[in-house]
Design a protein around this ligand. Structure first.
Ligand SMILES: [Zn+2]
Length: 79
């Protein structure tokens, strides 16, 4: 069909706010918008990069949560 389809300019690939790596199209990602964290992917939402971030790899987000949780607990214990 569209033989003269122009190449997309730079693909606005979102980067993970934790590891700074590009989040792949089929990688599960987490979009944090204010207090809300939403699990999605670029395959499911091609325009996700244009939305508010930050974005995380699902793994990065979960390990970050685990770390924050551990810190909070440690702080609680020492207090
Ligand atoms: Zn990451």
């Amino acid at each position: 069909m569209a033989r003269t389809e122009p190449e997309p300019l730079t693909d606005p690939a979102p980067r993970c706010a934790r590891c700074s790596d590009v989040i792949g199209v089929y990688e599960p990602l987490v979009q944090v918008d204010g207090d809300m964290a939403r699990r999605t992917s670029r395959a499911a939402e091609p325009t996700i990069a244009a939305k508010a971030g930050p974005f995380y790899h699902l793994d990065c987000y979960e390990s970050d949560l685990a770390r924050l949780d551990t810190q909070a607990r440690a702080r609680d214990d020492s207090g």
